[in-house]
Ligand binder design. Sequence first.
Ligand code: COA
Length: 243
Amino acid sequence: MADFEVVIYEKSKGTAYITLNRPQALNAYNIRMRDELYEVLGAIRDDPEVEVAILKGAGEKAFCAGADLTEFLTAPPPVFARRVRFDRDIWVWFLGIDKPFIAALHGYVLGSGIEMALCCDIRLASDDARFGLPEPGLGIIPAAGGSQTLPRTIGRAAALEMLMSGGWLTADEALKIRLVNRVVSRDNLLPEAEKLADRIKSHDTGAVRLAKQAVTRGMDLTLEEGLKLEKALYRRLVENRTE
Ligand code: COA
């Protein structure tokens, strides 16, 4: 795999670790990071050894402080055009990977930081995490899927409050609105994510992936269509076992 500058990719016993690695800029998401994430996500999707992935941020202060404001304010048009293309592609693609993703969130989790976390299936936060969508204050709306993934995760009213007010949430407040699954101490964040990854890996890989598909694809369907999807996925699982 190419040399990476702003993302660290590691693999151990079936778990892939993706670390956003620009701690000096609070892991702000820039074009380079998007390009590297694109490659890493492809590797995770295609590597049969990877069963589960953990997404985290380097450094003490942040998981990710959102889009890189220096690029955001100065990017020339061709770069901007490329950025738009990638924004569109990478998030749909990320959300379509059927392997489980766990986000381990600490410190600042802002803007695209929240959106990246929302592409993951399970979000663990340390008690120092602070969540916010600065977009309304910047006169923009989310462009990494957040306007769609947030209401699907926390419901319409809570999502609209976050998206329109730009207010910040503590880890406990994020837990209350179910933006995160669990809050743990900072020291326990990675160990808890790894414990969860191990528990997931102890189960049948096919069943885990189809459960993810049933829920993520089913949420965009009517109940009737969703029940059909569940039946089809169940059949696929059982038929694969008896072949
Ligand atoms: N883009 C680019 N650089 C960023 C950044 C971002 N989104 N967020 C932080 N940084 C950089 C700062 O410019 C600073 O760099 P410097 O040391 O070279 O001056 C470094 O990261 C540390 O940030 P700093 O502001 O000194 O830390 P802080 O603890 O005082 O404040 C924040 C932290 C998150 C409140 C503040 O950095 C901030 O508001 N960032 C912008 C968040 C944002 O609007 N994101 C865009 C969402 S669309």
